[in-house]
Each structure stands twice: as C-alpha cells, then as structure tokens.
Design a protein around this ligand. Structure first.
Ligand SMILES: Nc1ncnc2c1ncn2[C@@H]1O[C@H](COP(=O)(O)OP(=O)(O)OP(=O)(O)O)[C@@H](O)[C@H]1O
Ligand SMILES: [Mg+2]
Length: 506
C-alpha cells in the first residue's frame, strides 16, 4: 500500500454559478483519520459525494493506492471498498434494520434471499457497535440516533478501505459517540483511510490525526492535529477569530409567557408544572430519551398530549397540532429538519415565506411582495445562508444551510415562544455564534425560549435556567451559579434511567 492511499487531484465541481469545489488536491494515508472542516457550504459533502460515486466531478481525478479511479455509481465505489455514511440518512423506513443493513447486496442461497443469515450477520454487527435494538425492528420506528446506528452498521457490513463520514455524530449521544470512536480507531488500526466531517471541535481533537480545511470550495490547508488549535482552525475556516462564544445572559425576566400544569404524553412524559418567563432561555437537559423530545414536541403541537392547564400570556389555549401552536405564537425548530423542518423541493425563499405567511394570516396584515423579499434577504444575510439565490431549492442547500433556513422560517412567524431541539446541529462555528446572538436578541424583545440540546456546553452557555429530565419527569431545576456539567449529569443519573434508544420512537 502506498503512503497516501487516497488522493484527490485537482477536483472541481460547479452547480450553476456556485463553485462547490475548485481545484481541490490533498491526500490521506492508509490507517489515518483525516478531519475535513469548513463553513456551511464550503464543499465538504460535495467532495464526499464525488468520491462516493453519487455525483461526477467536472474536472480532476481521484486515486486509490496510486491508481486513478472514477466511480460512476455508489455501487462501483462500494465494490472498491469506499464506504460512506451520509449527513442525511439513506434508509428505507418500511424495511427492518437487518434488511437495511444488507440493502443492495442481500446474501442469497441459490438465488433466494437468506433471511436467517442476514439476521444473524446484522445481529453481530449491531452487537459490535453497541446498538440495543433488534435487527427485526422497523427502521421507521427508530429515532434519529437509532437510524444513524443502522447507517454505521450498514457501512461496517462491507469490506472497507476508505470510510467517509459526513457528520456521523450529529444525532448521537456521548455513549454512542464513544462507541463510534472505538470502531473508528479499530478501523484505523486495520489500515482504513478515514475522512471525517464534523463541526464539533472537541470531536476533531479526540479522533483526528490531521485536518484538511476547505473554504468556498478551495483547499485552505492540511495540518497534523498537533500543529493546530481551535482558534487557528476557526481562523482557517472563517477567516477571523470568534472571541467570547456565548453572548451575555439576561438578568431580569418578564411575566410568564407559558404556564403548563399536569402535562402528560402517555407514560413517556409526566410534568407537573412548567413555567417559562418572557425573555428567558429554559434549557432542557438529561440523558438521551428521558422525555425531553416528547416535552418539546408536545409544547409545539408536534405530538398529542394531555394537560390540565396550558396558558400563554395567562390565557388558556388549546394546542392540537403544529398549526394550532403557530397560531398561538409558538415557533418550533425540530431536530429532524429533513422530516419536519423544510419543504425540500420548494425554493429557499418560499420556505422562509411560509413562516411569515402564518404571521400575516394571524394579524391579517398586508405585506407587499417587495417587503417580503426584503424580509427574506435580511434573514439570509443575518444567518449567512449560502444560497446561489432565493430560488435555489431548499433540498440543494448544504446541510447546515438547511438548518439555518429552518431557523429563518420559524423566526419569520415572529413567535412569542420559541421551542428548539438541537438548533445548531450541523451548523458551522461562525453561524452557531450567529444563532446564539439571534436567540439573545429575541429574548431581549421578550420572547421565551425552550432549548433542548444534547450539547451540555450549549445548554450551560445559553440557558438562564435548566430543567433536568429522567424517566419522563423533571428531576432537577437549576440556575447559575449551581448550574454545571457535573451538577446536570449527577441529577440526570441519580435515578437509574429505564429508557433506551427505542423509547422516543416517533
Ligand atoms: N445539488 C445542488 N444544486 C445546487 N447547488 C448545490 C447542490 N449541492 C450542493 N450545492 C452547493 O454547493 C456548495 C457546497 O455544498 P456542500 O453540501 O458540499 O457544503 P458542506 O461543506 O457540506 O456544508 P455543510 O457544513 O452545511 O454540510 C453549497 O453552496 C451548496 O449550496
Ligand atoms: Mg455537508
């Protein structure tokens, strides 16, 4: 095997006027983990898709072990040992876990699909990655984390030489990330070349041997991990440093904007009392699957629930759907943008306008076409959404830019209460900072925010008050200064949690 097993040579790819990749050249040794970094829209996913055979490059070539290769289809790439875990899932929800793992190359015995053998092999791989669900579970019944595990299992069922991972941990909890890192280290020891895309700095320092940074489709630099710091990487990525990451917190709050009593979602959630004040950020923390998702989904009308009281600004409201919630002034940013957040085949401007349309209907105000356009332009600028134009299809945007669009769409409705699940997932560091600023700006104007996040630093940096959940209940409430990672984890694990990956299946 040559030193540089995987080599990109002058790869370029354009979409209309957008240079997604421009003359990108770099190489990755065998048995090496290379982190691929860059802002939203920098070209990371495009590069991975070119290597994986899902799109063709306009120019340039890729060599594996010194031999130039061009994969016309994903299957050709797979056969050459190039395995990809995508940013967006590629699973068939109606099929079982085992069927999904072996999709495209189901083992057969004399022409018949050998179900017993795929089950057994699937079980073995699931056990290896520490997944707790059965190979017979329907993929559509798993939550995001579970589905990601299936993607990983799918990848591992192949003979891997090059493993491409596009934000593989976006939906995983800490234990699952540790399990994934063990697998990555094992594959590295087996000589696999690994290209790892992530926006999470801590992860990059934990797993990568070296980093490659892209900016606006160009190769900015490749450095050993020992030669870089978070600061220097941020500068390479966005061309400036960021300074203090979290904006200052609020010091006083208004009247309650939301008061809920006796809230339940079957057995998954039982909340006696929840109060959110104007201008407050209420963090929701806990181990994965302890009722947090049910809570934010109930508040935002995405899941049916029962409640004794549900008051907005002191007045009782009835929420039975997302539409009811929007009409009542509740904005919702879901964690699964592909499923709930965007109309992917509509243009970006249309997606943003849907939000403000709801507001116009609510107030019966008339907004002219040009005002609408300006509103869209302002949001796009504030969030630095990278668009070729307002008519670009939402589904063609880079992953992080889709998330920003969800944000813009919800803000367009000018909610009184903003409920967010993992709002910065997949968003680059610069834009993350931007989103935190916007959240603080909203609270200054009196909006109450409910923030569900699996990233404890984000919870601590943004929340004025934190509720810790376990077994579907609120088990602790804390504010500064007693709020800390340790205090939250202690509260979260005080009772033995009953839940697992399957618990919050949609
Ligand atoms: N099918 C497409 N049609 C038009 N433009 C596209 C298409 N796919 C990607 N682009 C554009 O190419 C650029 C690079 O996108 P890419 O998905 O590679 O970014 P990325 O680095 O993966 O970003 P993120 O961190 O947000 O996932 C973006 O400007 C994006 O809008
Ligand atoms: Mg991407």
């Amino acid at each position: 095997m040559s030193d540089n097993f995987l080599e990109f040579r002058n790869v370029s790819k354009s979409y209309g006027g957008v240079h997604a990749l421009e003359d990108v050249s770099f190489s990755v040794p065998a048995g090496h983990v290379r982190a691929l970094l860059g802002e939203n829209g920098a070209g990371k996913s495009t590069l991975i898709r070119v290597l994986a055979g899902t799109i063709g490059a306009d120019r340039g070539t890729i060599a594996l072990d010194g031999v130039e290769r061009a994969f016309a289809t994903p299957l050709e790439a797979l056969e050459a040992g190039v395995v990809t875990i995508y940013q967006e899932f590629n699973l068939v929800p109606q099929l079982t876990v085992a069927e999904n793992i072996f999709l495209g190359w189901l083992p057969t015995t004399a022409g018949w699909i050998d179900r017993g053998s795929i089950r057994a092999r699937a079980s073995e791989i699931l056990k290896r990655i520490g997944a707790t669900f059965s190979p017979d579970a329907r993929v559509g019944d798993l939550n995001v984390a579970g589905q990601q595990m299936v993607e990983i299992a799918k990848a591992l069922s192949r003979d891997v030489k090059v493993l491409l991972m596009d934000e593989p941990t976006a939906a995983l909890n800490d234990a699952e990330i540790e399990a994934l890192f063990r697998i990555i280290r094992q594959l590295r020891a087996d000589g696999v070349s690994i290209l790892y895309v992530s926006h999470r700095m801590a992860e990059i320092f934990a797993i990568a041997d070296s980093v490659t940074v892209l900016k606006d489709g160009r190769h900015v630099g490749t450095e050993p991990i020992s030669e870089v710091t978070t600061e220097s990487l941020v500068r390479m990525m966005i061309g400036r440093t960021l300074g203090e990451f979290y904006p200052p917190k609020a010091t006083d709050f208004g009247a309650p904007v939301l008061e809920i009593g006796g809230l339940s979602v079957g057995k998954a959630l039982q909340v006696e009392k929840l109060v959110l004040r104007k201008g407050e950020v209420l963090g929701i923390a806990g181990l994965e699957g302890q009722g947090q998702r049910e809570l934010v989904q109930a508040i935002s009308g995405a899941r049916s629930f029962e409640a004794d009281t549900f008051l907005i600004e002191g007045a009782p409201v009835r929420i039975r759907s997302i539409r009811d919630a929007i009409a009542a002034g509740i904005g919702y940013i879901p964690d699964d943008r592909k499923r709930d957040g965007l109309a992917l085949i509509r243009t970006s401007a249309e997606n943003l306008a849907i939000g403000s349309l709801a507001r116009r209907l609510r107030f019966g105000a008339v907004v002219s076409g040009s005002a609408e356009r300006r509103f869209v332009d302002d949001l796009v600028a504030a969030l630095r959404v990278k668009l070729s134009g307002p008519d670009q299809r939402a589904g063609d945007l880079s992953g992080g830019n889709q998330q920003k669009l969800v944000f813009g769409k919800v803000l367009g409705a000018k909610p009184k209460i903003l409920v967010m699940a993992e709002p910065t997932r997949g968003v680059d560091v610069g834009a993350k900072r931007e989103i935190y600023e916007i959240i603080r700006e909203l609270t200054r104007s009196g909006v109450g925010v409910v923030l569900l996040s699996g990233e404890l630093p984000e919870i601590l940096g943004m929340s004025d008050r934190v509720l810790v959940m376990a077994n579907g209940r609120i088990v602790a409430e804390m504010t500064d200064p007693e709020m800390s990672e340790e205090a939250i984890m202690t509260a979260a694990t005080a009772e033995a949690p009953e839940a697992g990956v399957m618990d919050d299946a949609a």
